[in-house]
Design a protein around this ligand. Structure first.
Ligand SMILES: [Zn+2]
Ligand SMILES: [Zn+2]
Length: 452
């Protein structure tokens, strides 16, 4: 197999991997870098210019995996895009939203190439989508050659898939983004117990040791107690979340806690895309049962859009819970604005429930001392950090030890590291070398071809 990482500068950004297996040329994911703009945010597609791609694989619908797909599909209007059944519903919705965001950014920040694709193109490319039910092997042929492809549920987010590729008795397993624990609305990953020749794995949490004393249930309990405590004392709570998956998860946890009496009733606010995606989750629940989320949650919570009178830097007039995107407080998103409102008041709390890149405002806030001044650059505001800042271990990514153990059990001859910062990849590389010195570990430099 030949492996070529098209993600320009490694790390977690514009995820995109080219795989050549026998006569088959496959591209896995085509993401957009969340912190970059314009062409720089895309994978380096020039490396596969003019090459025929037999099919694309989309592991899931977060934009760091999906966001540049319409651009590369322009060159490959005949190639099928394999994805889980829920992803066939979610991908167009995520892309339409991304198109709207790019249109706005294009004007505001004067980025000539934005939007990178149009709404019309998104409607058109859906004809290439091929839904793959989890656990069902499909055969693909080219001349006399055959490759078998099976998707497995990967937890992480609705529709996330790991992929098994089988070619001439060689088995290649790709974890994609994976979570081995059950979430409130989503089952844990369901991977096959088998031997694989190669495992291509995500390394997101390689820098963070898993804490055996922390349980998901315990962290959920602590989150709800923190929210309750803040509300009882008249404060407001901001929970920054990804609109896809984490928002619906947190809303359901709040609804459950209100019903059981663990949380006092208060207004709950939410931003647009997450509310809209809730309707899609409801449809996926009814059609496939692959997510435990129903629209009724929004009604039970009497969920409201963000109040119009919310002014940056001014404490919200009415105490409540704000479950808004983005999860990392990226500039010019609802969570960024709400943070500027709640941060300056000691009655309020900001609850981080997911990964924050250290370069994002969320990551910077977590690293900063309390009572120092926090700068909201694009709002031109300086706010003293008086609110309580809490972090909860509710990541959508598996602990590094779990991924490591899964990989060793599969007894591969080679592993390929993806989707992680350099230090995170280093931990995996060293751990594998120590445990299995004969195992070949590939940490691909972007743009270089490796024979695995
Ligand atoms: Zn993801
Ligand atoms: Zn990802």
């Amino acid at each position: 197999m030949k492996v070529l990482d098209l993600n320009r500068d490694g790390g977690i950004g514009a995820n995109c991997l080219s795989l050549e297996i026998g006569p088959f040329h496959i591209v896995v994911d085509a993401g957009l870098h969340p912190k970059k703009a314009g062409h720089e945010a895309m994978p380096d597609f020039s490396k596969i210019d003019g090459k025929a791609i037999d099919f694309f694989i989309l592991t899931h619908c977060h934009l760091d995996h999906l966001g540049a797909l319409p651009v590369i599909l322009r060159e490959h209007p005949e190639s099928p895009v394999l994805m889980s059944i829920p992803s066939t519903t979610l991908a167009p919705r995520m892309l339409h939203n991304s198109c709207n965001v790019m249109k706005r950014q294009g004007k505001e920040q004067d980025i000539a190439e934005y939007p990178l694709f149009t709404h019309g193109e998104i409607d058109f490319l859906q004809a290439q989508f091929k839904g793959m039910p989890y656990g069902h092997t499909q055969h693909f042929t080219k001349g006399d050659e055959e490759i078998l492809i099976t998707f497995y549920s990967a937890g992480h987010v609705v529709g996330a898939g790991a992929v098994l590729l089988e070619y001439k008795h060689r088995k290649i397993f790709l974890t994609g983004d994976v979570l081995f624990h059950r979430q409130r609305i989503l089952n844990a990953a369901d991977f096959p117990e088998d031997r694989f020749d190669t495992v291509i794995l995500e390394t997101t949490r390689g820098e963070t040791p898993g804490d055996p004393n922390l349980t998901r249930e315990g962290e959920v309990k602590r989150l709800l107690e923190t929210v309750n405590h803040t509300l009882i004392h008249g404060g407001s709570v901001l929970i920054p979340v990804f609109a896809l998956g984490r928002m619906q998860e947190v809303l359901t946890l709040i609804r459950d806690a209100q019903v059981s009496g663990d949380l006092i009733k208060s207004p709950v606010f939410c931003s647009g895309l997450g509310m809209d995606l809730a309707n899609y989750f409801d449809a996926i629940h009814r059609k496939t049962g692959l997510v435990d989320f129903q629209r009724k949650v929004l009604k039970d919570l009497n969920l409201r859009p963000l109040p119009r009178k919310l002014k940056p830097g001014q404490n919200p007039g009415e105490s409540g819970v704000y479950v808004v995107s983005s999860g990392m407080l990226v500039e010019n998103t609802p969570s960024y604005t709400v943070a500027s409102c709640v941060l300056g008041n000691s009655h309020n709390t900001i609850c981080y429930v997911g990964y924050c890149d250290p370069d994002t405002p969320g990551g910077k806030m977590l690293a900063q001392d309390s009572h120092s001044d926090f700068i909201f650059e694009t709002l031109d505001l300086v706010v003293p950090m008086k609110a309580r800042i809490e972090r909860f271990e509710l990541s959508g990514h598996a602990d590094r030890e779990e991924i490591f153990d899964f990989t060793l059990k599969a007894q591969p001859r080679a592993v390929v590291l993806t989707h992680g910062d350099p230090a995170a990849r280093d931990w995996f590389a060293n751990a594998f070398r120590e445990a299995r010195p004969e195992l070949k570990v590939f940490d691909p430099t972007p743009g270089q071809i490796y024979t695995v």
